[in-house]
Design a protein. Structure first.
Length: 158
């Protein structure tokens, strides 16, 4: 069976020893803290999708972003691969505000709620916080509650 690839974005904002995460209120990943992002629509590039999704989900306008990672996710028994392009929001305008989809909240690095996030976040998020670039692969069980396989490597450029 051939794997179908879906291109997605994920943006994280760090400022003064804190990271902005959003509690997903509906849809895929509901009930988990996550960065902001989603699907790339027809006619837009990956960066445009990252900017649009972040604005829709938490109301901030991205002025400058930097790609920091590409991670492929697969769920057991699913042919689909989720290719997620991770971005660091370097400059932005506006204040985070709640949307129908996400409730944003700042967390200090020491208080990141890994127990309420996707199980892969504990592996790659520390690299992101350190400013490293990386690529990886995670295989989840079909419920998405457990990492069955992982590969993560630091790279010089994306």
């Amino acid at each position: 069976m051939e794997n179908k690839r879906k291109i997605l974005t994920l943006c994280c904002l760090k400022k003064g020893g804190q990271i902005l995460l959003g509690m997903k209120k509906r849809g895929f990943g509901a009930g988990r803290w996550n960065g902001f992002g989603g699907k790339v629509k027809t006619g837009e590039n990956i960066e445009q999708a990252a900017i649009r999704e972040t604005q829709e989900e938490c109301g901030i306008e991205i002025i400058e972003l930097e790609k920091t990672g590409i991670v492929n996710f697969k769920f057991e028994e699913s042919p689909e691969i989720l290719e997620v392009h991770l971005f660091n929001i370097k400059r932005f305008a506006g204040e985070p505000k709640e949307s129908e989809e996400m409730e944003p909240r700042w967390f200090s690095y020491a208080e990141i709620p890994f127990d309420s996030m996707w199980p892969d976040d504990q592996f790659w998020l520390p690299l992101f916080l350190e400013g490293k670039k990386f690529k990886g692969y995670f295989l989840f069980n079909k419920e998405g509650s457990k990492v069955l396989q992982k590969k993560l490597e630091i790279i010089n450029e994306i």
